[in-house]
Design a protein around this ligand. Sequence first.
Ligand SMILES: *Cc1c(COP(=O)(O)O)cnc(C)c1O
Ligand SMILES: [Zn+2]
Length: 401
Amino acid sequence: MTPSTVCYRCDRTYRDTDRVRCDCGEPLWFDIDSHGFDLNDRGDGRGLSHYAGALPLSELEGLATAAGNTPLIRSQPLDEVAGCRVFVKDEGGNPTGSYKDRGSAIAVSRALDRSDNAVGTVSYGNMAMSTAAHAASRGRECVVLVPDDIPPGRLELIGQYDPTILRVEGDYGGLYDEVLELSRELPVSFLLSDAPGRISGYKTALFEIYEAMTPATPDAIALPASSGGFASGIWRGILDLQTAGVIDDPPRLYLVQTAASDPITRAFEADRDAVSALPPEDVGETIAHSIGNPDPPSGTRALTAVRETGGAVCSVTDDEIRTAKRQFARRSGFCVEPASAAPLAGVAQLTERGAIDRDESVVLVPTGTGFKEMGTGTEAVRTETVARSGLSSQLESRLST
Ligand SMILES: *Cc1c(COP(=O)(O)O)cnc(C)c1O
Ligand SMILES: [Zn+2]
């Protein structure tokens, strides 16, 4: 039986599961009943298929079987920076280096199983790479719409999977509605940030966190947020575990944005019910380009998640992000992309403000690896040149023990 989709806000359900948004304007997610869902019943499946009972598809193949199953690490050296007990859920370990693979594993698989259509997306970052890779692993066609001025390094990362890449001239930001319309007219299923299947895939990160920590539970989870898709998935995972009776008290959700583009923070701080698009003059440049969306399709849903769990939204500057990226590397050995360093900077702010206590357990989610994102930390690298002949004494004088 195909599950229907439902609106988190008005509860309206839809049988047409290709539909992305409710009549009320909010994004939909899959309506899968999690009563009786048993986190510990891992079945035979690996990765996301552990949780098949809570997902809108049961069989995964190819790259989809390699998504998820990322490590959760207790990282004491980061406690001092964050001001609380830090756990790191390293999403850089996914096949294309970001949590987007959890969403592609479900949404791309589902779209390809259900029709002969190509899949497509609008992205020049992790979403594009992930969608193209998952289509490639199934030997299927993928279309990626990128901005005309895309940097060559990004083209290389996406282009290696050989999707059809169209460089779109003109207003790239306004493509969302147009592309959903094209999905209805052409044999291509566009899977954007809030495709219901993606949200289902994202909730598995939350399931894994609870499984790894049991019998302990996290007091809070901190994520970077842009479109609000990942935050929506984590929230849906929390709701599923509450329905299943696995958790009583939800963890507080903390979302961290870049100060250069922070519509969710602004709505949170102004106590508004909905997130509205930032006007162009309020959008700046940032090194955290994975979280630069000024008009987040799932922004209001993410804001609702924060309010319902008693969390908060905050913004951090590029300088704070650079420092946090360095701390991730120096104090815990993680190479994270700038957007993924934001939660550490955000949590440091929140503990300072007293929103998080010293003895609370907080899961930071570095959403993507820093290995594709070089060039933002060169000024922090220390080197010295030494003469070959005096190597031993030079070395001895540099060692502090
Ligand atoms: C896509 C992305 C984000 C933002 O997630 P949203 O679902 O758009 O809120 C954060 N970090 C990384 C590394 C990403 O690729
Ligand atoms: Zn609705």
